[in-house]
Design a protein around this ligand. Structure first.
Ligand code: PLP
Length: 199
């Protein structure tokens, strides 16, 4: 995935022209201001913290929401997906380094949330997402893989567990070594981000 936050649509479309098929956005407001200029041949996943009251703005256009960290949010995505007559792919975001400031649920709560989500018919649980802390030790990545395998082993209803979204520009090699199926690459593709134009 090419993470396109703060990147201008012309650059994004250039990347799509070059063969990128999946984009990742992490802010609702910014995504809405840019999405109409995107080459429609690429899919968009939402990867940022999502407030329940903003789900309605993205439910018709993204193909996956990777940042589900509460049942309340999952239930609202289910409701909005139903409104649009679709099934939304979701990942549960796990706070694997247990940093207080980060979003995501704790590892110990993952299966409980997955079981709740599996009762929602307009969601399809595809797996897990994680943002390990910068400089995290390798065992953190291994723990994440174990959690993912645990979820796969459950084979819950309304799920197709094939995605472990882990790894960014600085740690994708380690993430892939530990079973990541989807890396989210921003600055290594587009250069350092300029936040001055997108708040
Ligand atoms: C910004 C962002 C990325 C990409 O980060 P880089 O270090 O630029 O590759 C990946 N995942 C999420 C959730 C992000 O917000």
């Amino acid at each position: 995935m090419a993470v396109t936050k703060t990147v201008d649509p012309d650059k994004i479309n250039f990347a799509v022209d070059e063969g990128v098929t999946l984009l990742g956005e992490n802010r609702v407001q910014e995504y809405l201001s840019k999405k109409d200029s995107y080459d429609s041949s690429a899919e968009v996943h939402f990867i940022g913290h999502l407030q329940t009251n903003k789900v309605k703005y993205i439910a018709d256009s993204v193909t996956m929401i990777q940042s589900v960290d509460s049942f309340k949010l999952a239930a609202e995505i289910d409701r909005q997906a139903k409104k649009h007559g679709r099934v939304m792919d979701v990942l549960i975001e796990v706070n694997i380094g247990e940093e207080l400031s980060k979003s995501g649920i704790e590892a110990a709560d993952m299966l409980g949330l997955a079981e709740q989500i599996s009762e929602l018919e307009n969601l399809r649980l595809r797996g897990l997402m994680a943002i390990p802390p910068i400089g995290a030790e390798e065992h953190i990545y291994a723990e994440m893989r174990e959690l993912y395998e645990e979820l796969r082993g459950k084979a819950l209803p309304n799920s197709l567990t094939d995605t472990l979204s882990m790894g960014m520009s600085g740690d994708y090699e380690l993430a892939v070594k530990h079973g990541s199926t989807l890396v989210r690459i921003g600055s290594a593709l587009f250069g350092a981000r300029d936040y001055s134009q997108h708040k």
